[in-house]
Design a protein around this ligand. Sequence first.
Ligand SMILES: C[S@@+](CC[C@H](N)C(=O)[O-])C[C@H]1O[C@@H](n2cnc3c(N)ncnc32)[C@H](O)[C@@H]1O
Length: 230
Amino acid sequence: MPEGLVIQRMFAEVADGYDRANRVLSLGIDVLWRRRAAKVAEVRAGERVLDVCSGTGDLALHLARMGAKVVGADFCAPMLRHAERKAEGRDIRPRFVCSDAQQLPFQDGSFDLATVAFGIRNVESPVAALREMARVVRKGGRIVVLEFCKPSLPMFGAAYLFYFRRVLPRLGKWVSGASNDAYQYLPDSVMKFPERGAFTNLMAQAGLASPRHVVLSGGIAAVYRGEVQH
Ligand SMILES: C[S@@+](CC[C@H](N)C(=O)[O-])C[C@H]1O[C@@H](n2cnc3c(N)ncnc32)[C@H](O)[C@@H]1O
């Protein structure tokens, strides 16, 4: 089965318990990380923002609350259904579209900013997704990525990695009610994904200018930013 389809099905199965598991597994810190990503993005009211791998829409909804005109894109319809439900009744609400991050249904330069939170690691070709995000952002616009990282402080790192690799897969499965190994896939995929300088190299490979990053919460997560320079 193609890798993308496996990922799509995995998220479809965990969609109902996804938000609950996020809050429990991160003790609510994931909410603060998305806010930090929005800050790094320097989003302004009225800007056109695309949030790819938008999932249940938490970052898209936050950016819309800041006054941006947001489109959330994800290839997993059951995740987007939760996003739609959360957006109901809001004055400024994102529009959600079902789409693969590597083939976006938007014209060149249609957005001022593109974001992706905890999604780029899941995409078959992260560089292809970054290139596609850059294509749909105007010259001088920004690409902002929020992703997990591995802490570098020895004591804290060891304790965190014990939690992340040994406790989280079982706790996540239980809290989310997942019948698959999505919460084993989470640490497995983070452990092998390029981070910090290695990820900014991928951003440069995708043609982004001035790629840089800030680490969050002792290195558990990082926000990356690059500028579009067609
Ligand atoms: C860990 S969730 C993150 C969701 C959300 N951004 C958040 O912050 O909670 C990853 C999301 O990426 C989506 N995804 C993975 N690969 C994708 C791809 N190639 N194209 C579009 N969406 C993808 C999945 O369907 C899933 O909803």
